[in-house]
Design a protein around this ligand. Sequence first.
Ligand code: 6PG
Length: 466
Amino acid sequence: MKNTIGVYGLGVMGANLAKNMLHNGERVAIFNYTRDLTDAFMDGYSHPEVSPYFELESFIDSLEKPRKIFIMVTAGPIVDSVIQSLVPLLDPGDIIMDGGNSDFHNSNRRYQQLEEQGIHFISVGVSGGAEGALHGPALMPSGNPNAYQQVAPILEKIAAKVDGKPCCTYIGPEGSGHYVKMVHNGIEYADMQLITEAYLFLRKILGLTVQEIATVFQSWDETELKSYLMEITAEILTKVDEETGKPMVDVILDKAGQKGTGKWTSQDALDRGVPSSILTESVFARYLSSLKEERIYAEKHLNGPKFEAGALDKEAWIQFVKKALYMGKICAYAQGFYQYKSASSQKGWELDLGEIALIFRGGCIIRADFLNDISDAYRENPEVTNLLLTPFFMERANQFESSLRKIVIKGFENGLSLPCFSAALSFYDGYRSSESGANLIQAQRDYFGAHTYERIDQEGTFHTEW
Ligand code: 6PG
């Protein structure tokens, strides 16, 4: 009997997705460019429906038609070379899915090129890391809707489920699935940085121990802040380094890495002209963190207030931090979803933002209870311009903005860098201001460059001889 799907690329993600498909009743052909990973897959793993292949021809030949091939290789030029090697072996109507964190521009190009050859290309945003791949990721597939229908039964089976609903939905045309995954990661960066700033405030300003912060985060994970990132952060903070006996977090070098998806989200926001400032600050925070040697030198030579840990009413301030974090999250998600909305209308993708929020409830890194509220907001009114203007989030923002303000002021007074908390507050205050100061910018532009300006009281464009 022919195999129902082929998985090309057996790194951790590819191997786990293949196992997930096997556990869900698929007959899976597996292939890797080098045989070591195929051997490693088969070593110690047995399943009656898995078939390893060491030649591309026999791998492809083993698949039932239309062939379905899921490629999970490093994003970038390797995806193109894999596609080039596959195409001569495929027939019109066959389907290639790319599950890597590919740049959506490349996915758009691959979609066009393959469609011209009669081959369907589905961009599949995959979130959830190695565990998610094995037990149920969130999946964001896009491309030809008819082709999607043919792979939907497999993708929906392997996806995480929330209330019985698969965390997988058809996203839209061409590479929109990878676009949605990219902005998911931008939100992920912001969410991680906001939690980190809450941690820093609790530690440096309130003087809590790492274990105490873990306990606080565990308790927050039972409230409206419940999320995967909150849960794993609490767990991380309980971990002790066996060698030194110190909290694990204290022996890890404070330089954050990144593979690029957060940066792409910011680049896209700049290109699109949308103010995703919190998402972008989280990328810059990682860059700033990487200047470790300079930071060590600067700490000794640049003035600023010293932290005075412990002088505040801890219980009251823990509540302020909690509300500030919630408020920061509202603003960050509002920015991410605004970016979706803007891309959707600029590209004509017709993204269903309520549905996207629903599939983010399970499997993915930003899964959180909070996404139910986002989804409800879009269900109530699919034309929402900004989540901050929906009844639920407006009420929450009005309740919590003062806590965010308190935390930013107190942090700044004490010399604590809070890039995402402060970006959230600036965004919030800027967004709720009917007067922005951009009139002065326009005057300056007109002064030095005769760029003209509009007036508030007359139609047309004007120039002044300053
Ligand atoms: C996910 C993650 C995953 C990965 C990214 C981001 O949704 O499962 O986003 O795709 O963690 O590579 O990692 P960086 O922090 O290295 O950019």
